[in-house]
Design a binder for this molecule. Structure first.
Ligand code: SAM
Ligand code: SF4
Length: 325
């Protein structure tokens, strides 16, 4: 359905857990308190929300977390989502560690794409950024996804003085592999304050200088706001999710379901709409109607734009691992 700014909201990011097998510092600091399990929606509850969202025009679902693959039977949930009437595309965002174990099952289910987060190609840095010595495992996950023929994207967050000197090496993953590498600007949520991030607009310019034949690529690569370039000789694309320096709110097409059952209209603001209470206290037609009407309210409540450039106005206090990115 359309929101009040005539944007077509057809995409929902669904966080299925706040747990993770890594501790990326900008997302999930070591001292984070994990939520009690009874606060987290069951798979049946998640499916009921998606069924109602589909009646309002949600067509694309991204399963995220925390780390979605650490939740038991995640592929079964994806299979069920794919069977919901109206849902056209189901994709997954993962840190890749458990992919070698699950990739065949995901392929059989017909997953429509996998995004793998990877901020560095250096073993010691990977451990410093994520808290675990697991780079080799993630690289295996990327290879496994490609070998299975699944549409694969790499999501990279560059941070000043941490890994920003690696943009060329990371970008070159798309040179001889059929995958997209996307640079995501660090967003000032949780740890991610904007002084530490990299300006994607400037990065795009540097790449153009380095590869003069580079062209804008307007073909559709995914669900959302990434813009892409095509570099001569590269098999894959290079994309930018420049939430701050190339603000794309006028094209925003998404809402977010947190793992505790709250619908977030915008990443930047703390306002959210509780579906868990409805899921757990209502029944039958009344339950479906209230879920649908609350989803509708959340879509109509979507603000015109985020406020990441004025950090005093950011009201979201949750960490990214609790929201799903
Ligand atoms: N664990 C999965 C993963 O790492 O892909 C899914 C959840 S994670 C929260 C989703 C994405 O959000 C990751 O690509 C991560 O790098 C990104 N992310 C986390 N905190 C961020 C921040 N403050 N700014 C920008 N991206 C962030
Ligand atoms: Fe875990 Fe993903 Fe957050 Fe890293 S970015 S801590 S892998 S949820």
């Amino acid at each position: 359905m359309q929101d009040q700014y005539q944007r077509n909201i057809d995409y929902m990011r669904v966080s299925i857990t706040d747990r993770c097998n890594l501790r990326c510092q900008y997302c999930m600091p070591n001292d984070i308190t994990l939520l009690p399990m009874d606060m987290i929606l069951t798979y049946e509850e998640i499916l009921d929300v998606i069924r109602q969202a589909a009646t309002l025009g949600i067509r694309k679902i991204k399963v995220t977390g925390g780390e979605p693959l650490v939740r038991k039977n995640c592929p079964d949930l994806i299979r069920e989502i794919k069977n919901i009437d109206g849902i056209e595309k189901v994709t997954l965002t993962t840190n890749g560690i458990l992919l070698p174990r699950f990739v065949d099952e995901l392929k059989d289910i017909g997953i429509d794409g996998i995004n793998i987060s990877l901020d560095t190609l250096r073993t010691d840095r990977f451990a410093a950024i994520t808290g675990f010595d697991a780079l080799a495992q993630v690289l295996k996950g990327i290879d496994a996804s490609l070998a299975a023929g699944i549409s694969t994207k790499i999501n990279t967050v560059l941070q000043k003085g941490v890994n920003d000197d690696e943009w060329i090496d990371l970008m070159k993953l798309a040179e001889d592999r059929k995958l997209d590498v996307r640079f995501i600007e660090l967003m000032p949520i949780g740890y991610g304050d904007k002084e530490r991030g990299i300006n994607d607009h400037e990065l795009r310019g540097k790449i153009r200088d380095m590869y003069p034949g580079t062209e804008e690529d307007t073909s559709v690569h995914g669900n959302g706001p990434a813009t892409y370039i095509r570099i001569p000789g590269f098999k894959g694309g290079v994309g930018f999710i420049a939430a701050i320096n190339e603000k794309f709110c006028q094209d925003c097409n998404r809402i977010r379901l947190t793992c505790t059952g709250r619908i977030k209209p915008c990443l930047c603001y703390g306002e959210s709409f509780d579906l868990r209470e409805i899921l757990r206290t209502r029944e039958g037609e009344e339950r479906d109607t209230e879920l649908r009407e609350t989803l509708r309210k959340a879509i109509l409540y979507k603000p015109k734009e985020h406020c990441f450039e004025q950090s005093s106005q950011i009201t979201e206090k949750k960490k990214m691992s609790q929201i799903g990115g």
